[in-house]
Write a protein that binds this ligand. Structure first.
Ligand SMILES: Nc1ncnc2c1ncn2[C@@H]1O[C@H](COP(=O)(O)OP(=O)(O)OP(=O)(O)O)[C@@H](O)[C@H]1O
Ligand SMILES: O=c1ccn([C@@H]2O[C@H](COP(=O)(O)O)[C@@H](O)[C@H]2O)c(=O)[nH]1
Ligand SMILES: [Mg+2]
Length: 243
């Protein structure tokens, strides 16, 4: 009675307009606690109901958003090192599932190759576990939420909102140039997938940025220039926070 599927928590408008994915059809048995029907598990309560960043409370959470190649990962590494944040990259969590050969790895690989968005059931759970397992008092969530459905699922499951949202604003031609030069063997760093990722970013990820902007939580950073120059703006923002 008190448990129901995470899919039941998801909004009517999904991340993609397609029919339920094969993952959703195959994993109908996945059950997760519903905050409305039963209090969160003690570990989640501890994480998400106390004051952000305080002793014993949930960590301070910053969502780091921006288009593919806008420099999220590069800047997160620097923020983590200079400001003591744990760096949770949603993309890395998904790629770990692929390389560990988990049941959902094949599905994730197929979706990443096509530049689409992995179902919230998978990503929200990976992100939640990563936050729960860190002892850091400040956490960067890099590249998540990717769409309104992700955002709503995260907020419902954890009963919390991010304390800060950073949006790296970068022109498309520059993002394409950076991605094509990345050379890390990523299956999605090819021009066909990059074009799809840019479309998905505009249509599904920008509404998340706009949502948090309307709530006064999003800070836009000009992501052109060198990584050092961009980090100067980032440094100013993070130095101004009362962490
Ligand atoms: N300011 C910059 N100037 C030039 N190259 C950059 C800059 N910032 C990052 N890069 C390079 O661009 C590539 C993409 O950067 P990065 O991986 O940080 O982007 P990202 O936003 O995390 O992308 P994705 O969403 O695909 O994970 C990397 O090769 C990185 O070294
Ligand atoms: O929350 C997320 C994060 C990522 N994805 C998928 O992974 C790739 C790569 O992500 P990066 O953040 O660029 O490393 C992305 O294009 C999506 O396919 C996701 O579905 N949900
Ligand atoms: Mg990245």
């Amino acid at each position: 009675m008190w448990r129901r599927r995470l899919s039941a928590l998801l909004p009517r408008s999904p991340c993609s307009s397609s029919a339920p994915s094969s993952y959703q059809q195959q994993h109908r048995h996945i059950l997760l606690p519903t905050p409305n029907e039963k209090p969160l598990a003690p570990s989640l309560l501890r994480l998400f109901t106390s004051q952000a960043g305080s002793d014993g409370g949930r960590p301070f959470i910053a969502f780091i958003l921006g288009g593919p190649g806008s420099g999220k990962g590069t800047q997160c590494t620097r923020i983590a090192s200079d400001f003591g944040f744990a760096h949770v990259s949603a993309g890395d969590l998904l790629r770990n599932e692929i390389s560990s050969g988990t049941d959902q790895g094949e599905l994730i690989l197929e979706i990443i190759r096509e530049g689409r968005i992995v179902p919230s059931e998978i990503t929200v759970e990976l992100v939640r576990k990563a936050i729960e397992s860190t002892t850091a008092k400040r956490v960067l969530i890099d590249g998540f939420p990717r769409c309104e459905e992700n955002r709503i699922a995260f907020e419902k499951l954890t009963g919390t909102e991010p304390d800060l949202v950073v949006f790296f604003d970068c022109p498309e031609d520059l993002m394409v140039k950076r991605l094509l030069g990345r050379n890390q063997g990523r299956v999605d760093d090819n021009i066909e997938t990059i074009k799809k990722r840019l479309k998905v970013f505009e249509s599904l990820n920008m509404p998340v940025v706009n949502y948090y902007s309307s709530k006064g939580k999003a800070h836009k950073i000009n992501a052109t220039g060198t990584a050092d120059e961009i980090f100067e703006s980032v440094r100013k923002l993070f130095s101004s926070l009362r962490l």
